[in-house]
Design a protein around this ligand. Sequence first.
Ligand SMILES: Cc1cc2nc3c(=O)[nH]c(=O)nc-3n(C[C@H](O)[C@H](O)[C@H](O)COP(=O)(O)OP(=O)(O)OC[C@H]3O[C@@H](n4cnc5c(N)ncnc54)[C@H](O)[C@@H]3O)c2cc1C
Length: 440
Amino acid sequence: MEWKPDIIIVGTGAAGLFTALKFPETAKILMLTKDEVLRSDSYLAQGGISTLKTPDDFESYYEDTMKAGRYENNKDSVKLMIERSPKIMEELMNYGVDFDREDGELSYTREGGHSKFRILHHKDVTGKEITTKLYECVKKRKNIVILEHTKMLDFIIRENRCVGIVVKESEGQVQALYGKSIILATGGIGGLFVHSTNFRHITGDALAIALKHGVEVENIHYIQIHPTALYSTKPGRRFLISESVRGEGAYLLNKDGERFVDELLPRDVVSCAIKEQMEKEGSDHVYLSLTHLDGEEVKQRFPNIYHHCLEEGYDLTKEPIPITPVQHYHMGGIKVDLDSKTNIKGLLAVGEASCNGVHGANRLASNSLLESLVFAECAANYVSSHLLEEELHMEKDEYPQPDLSSYQEEALKKEYKKIILNEIKRRDGDFYAKWCNNEN
Ligand SMILES: Cc1cc2nc3c(=O)[nH]c(=O)nc-3n(C[C@H](O)[C@H](O)[C@H](O)COP(=O)(O)OP(=O)(O)OC[C@H]3O[C@@H](n4cnc5c(N)ncnc54)[C@H](O)[C@@H]3O)c2cc1C
């Protein structure tokens, strides 16, 4: 590549796109994604994005976030995220994001764990609205170049400074790319699990490469399992059946049609109860039933879920649907500070790939899009003021030249999966045995 970027951003979800937009237009930015730009988990976000609706909600929002995180959250990260949230919403609207309104005023909703209405949304496709609008803005920037179907395979580190990455381009060529700063926005690890709501190509690559190079990671065994996704044997990601369906009175049933757990217990408890039930029955799913509820009301309240289930061959107003607990979100990741810096100079991480401790042991609903954007801005600010003007102080022939012929994509894929799962097992053997010990 002739054009030499200052900054390389790996990943084009909400975190990557927002980071790119937060740089001055004088910075030359290269973005890359394994797939197409809009095939990211950010795009799939349904519920919404939390914000500090009024200053007097601060204490309550802080407490809700800490409580969900079992008080293991990094308090400074939580404070920063909440404080910055109104400004982030303003910026999103300036970028063209259209949040739902009622009588001209912004409309706020509430989800599990939130004691107040403070979640902005765009119908039930908030992630699509945010990522498409951010992408439209990115396309207008002449300083940003995006490479699709280009996969990061490795970091290039020289004397504790990250100076580049190894990538496999869409044409299949492996090459080294260099920059003053590398920002990892590669999302979570759902693609490593048989059952996950995540896109299959989101497989924690940056996390595995970080572990390989001894970059610090944190809370890698804190993984959110969602109790109810529609069971399917088809390849691909799993369709989420929102928690609010149980909130509206749906029952969880075993194969004999009997209830076996209080459906409104916390997510992790319900997921474990389902898992135990499946093991007892030697089955890979249980059932969720709404048949005792008013069918017309169900269709009105959950049109999207109703239609998706119909497409899969289930009329949920007439029959129980098969469901299974699935991997949903990674609270852990590459350890970063409030500037999104890792312990390697020039290497930053944002969004679900990173861990700044904001979610503690468990993420509060609708906090992840917000976290991605707040700390993306922190990363861009830090790099703009500390690394952008700096030269790498390397003569051309001093750039580290990795042996590009040694990168075999399929072998690396297996190796990286093993690295992550082994680390999860080392940190929490019980979690591994329950949720990770599967073939994929
Ligand atoms: C079904 C679903 C519903 C959700 N609902 C909500 C919600 O309502 N509210 C909320 O706040 N959060 C929600 N979330 C979570 C939220 O969407 C994500 O956690 C968050 O958006 C992560 O954004 P990100 O930019 O860090 O990663 P992603 O959006 O996942 O993007 C990752 C990017 O990295 C790229 N990439 C990965 N590996 C490589 C590699 N090796 N080389 C090159 N590129 C690579 C991918 O192609 C992709 O472009 C939901 C998630 C899912 C799956």
